[in-house]
Ligand binder design. Structure first.
Ligand code: FDA
Length: 306
């Protein structure tokens, strides 16, 4: 991990910084990466993205929940998203984080919450993707995912794999045996060299390797990156290898490389925008700054604008 990324993630953990950014952050710039604080605002954002030919995955922000009440409320919030998607006829699925649904309280309780969410996704003929969080939670996340696939089948649920982890090659091989729908990302958390490649070059190389491996196996792959070099390389590879276009989609984050998102749509690719909303945007926002410290300049600029 780069020094600047480490520094941003450390500063972000500071209490004073947390308090200040939480109070003024939306104005300072979080609204560039977050579609609003309410579901209604998020649905309006989805309508705009859909009108531009972009698909969406909605994320009700929140993570590291430490009491059952909050986890149950978060579960209900996700269920409400499916009803709103249906009501407004928008093209979107949903992404969730297990620590928001009680993973750190009790994995069985989290599984119960995911049971309700997955059965709702199935009932609405929609889809839920489980985001991947930091490395101590990876195995628990995969275990819960596997149980849900046993209970509900694999059509309505997918998982995320991070190319910065050494273990991911083995995980993709294993999940590929059941042709699981995977989103492949580089990974956004601060991880030690014991579990993750410290050099970005290795993370990038592994990224391309994992995407090709999963597609060669005939498994649906969400190529989630803003890395134009990797995207260009994969576009050529997809053509040369005649990978059918119903086997993959590109995914990017709301507010990041919007021009590139539209360019891919104009070239005929399926593109989905990960669109977070909600009051609990602080951790998500600081990870976006850490990925690209130039984003901090954007925040500082907003400080001086009326
Ligand atoms: P990289 O960081 O190398 O950036 C490549 C280029 O993209 C940069 O040079 C810049 O131009 C642009 N860029 C990247 N980040 C930017 C930013 N924040 N602002 C502006 N420009 C930026 N992670 C995780 O651990 N678990 C998860 O479940 C998910 N889920 C997820 C879903 C989707 C749809 C995406 C796109 C990403 C995630 N991630 C994630 C985050 C992911 O792990 C990673 O941190 C970011 O995507 C940044 O890495 P890139 O692949 O874009 O490449």
């Amino acid at each position: 991990m780069s020094l600047s990324r480490k520094a941003v993630l450390s500063v972000a953990g500071n209490r004073l910084v947390t308090a200040l950014v939480s109070k003024y952050g939306m104005k300072l710039g979080a609204s560039r990466f977050v579609a609003g604080e309410t579901l209604d605002e998020a649905i309006e954002a989805v309508k705009k993205l859909n009108a531009e030919g972009l698909l969406v995955t909605l994320d009700h922000l929140g993570e590291s929940v430490s009491n059952r009440e909050d986890a149950l409320a978060a579960t209900q919030a996700v269920i409400d998203i499916y009803d709103a998607i249906e009501k407004h006829g928008v093209r979107s699925n949903v992404s969730v984080k297990l620590t928001q649904l009680g993973l750190d309280i009790d994995p069985d309780f989290c599984l119960e919450n995911m049971d309700r969410i997955t059965s709702k996704a199935k009932e609405m003929n929609n889809f839920v993707r489980i985001d991947m969080e930091d490395s101590p939670r990876v195995q628990m996340t995969i275990d819960i995912f596997n149980t849900l696939v046993e209970r509900y089948g694999k059509e309505h649920i997918g998982l995320v794999i991070q190319s910065y982890l050494y273990r991911s090659h083995g995980d993709v091989a294993e999940l590929g045996k059941r042709k699981i729908n995977l989103r492949i990302v580089k990974g956004a958390y601060k991880e030690p060299p014991e579990v993750a490649f410290p050099d970005k070059k290795d993370v990038d190389e592994n990224y391309v390797k994992l995407v090709k491996m999963h597609l060669n196996n005939g498994s649906y792959t969400a190529i989630a990156t803003h890395d134009e070099q990797i995207i260009d390389h994969l576009k050529t590879w997809l053509k040369e290898n005649q990978i059918p276009n119903n086997l993959y989609e590109f995914q990017m984050l709301f507010g990041v490389r919007s021009g590139l998102q539209k360019k891919l749509v104009s070239e005929g690719y399926k593109v989905r925008v990960y669109t977070p909303y909600g009051k609990d945007w602080y951790s998500y926002f600081t990870r976006r700054i850490a990925e690209r410290p130039a984003n901090a300049l954007f925040v500082i600029k907003n400080l001086f604008q009326k």
